[in-house]
Design a protein around this ligand. Sequence first.
Ligand SMILES: [Ca+2]
Length: 140
Amino acid sequence: MDLDGDGVLSMYELQYFYQEQCQKLEAMAIEPLPFEDCLCQMLDMVKPEIPGMITLRDLKRCKLSHIFFDTFFNIEKYLDHEQRDPLLADAETMGQEISDWERYAAEEYDNLVSEETTILSLCSIIDELTTINFSCEQPF
Ligand SMILES: [Ca+2]
């Protein structure tokens, strides 16, 4: 993306990539957002340390940098993001994590239950053995 290799994504470099995306959008009969609007969104999101200059460091720091890249490279994903709020998308990701965690917890619970079952059946076997021993000790 860094066309002149100065380590910074300048506005004209972003515009260059955005124009390509706009052409794709227009080919899909979708009205693209004006570059300025899109840029505002991106700057809001990335919050570069130096206004108007996005560095790799800014992008690494930004949790939503995937949206940034999709906006300039991946038109399908970009449309996906466009159709929902980035914060909402974030909440969805969190929901995913919670359900992963719940699934994990459920599996662990299952394991515990089956361990308990094993312990219980061991106990009853020991009980039986004890009973047998007990009865053996009292032959009369
Ligand atoms: Ca540059």
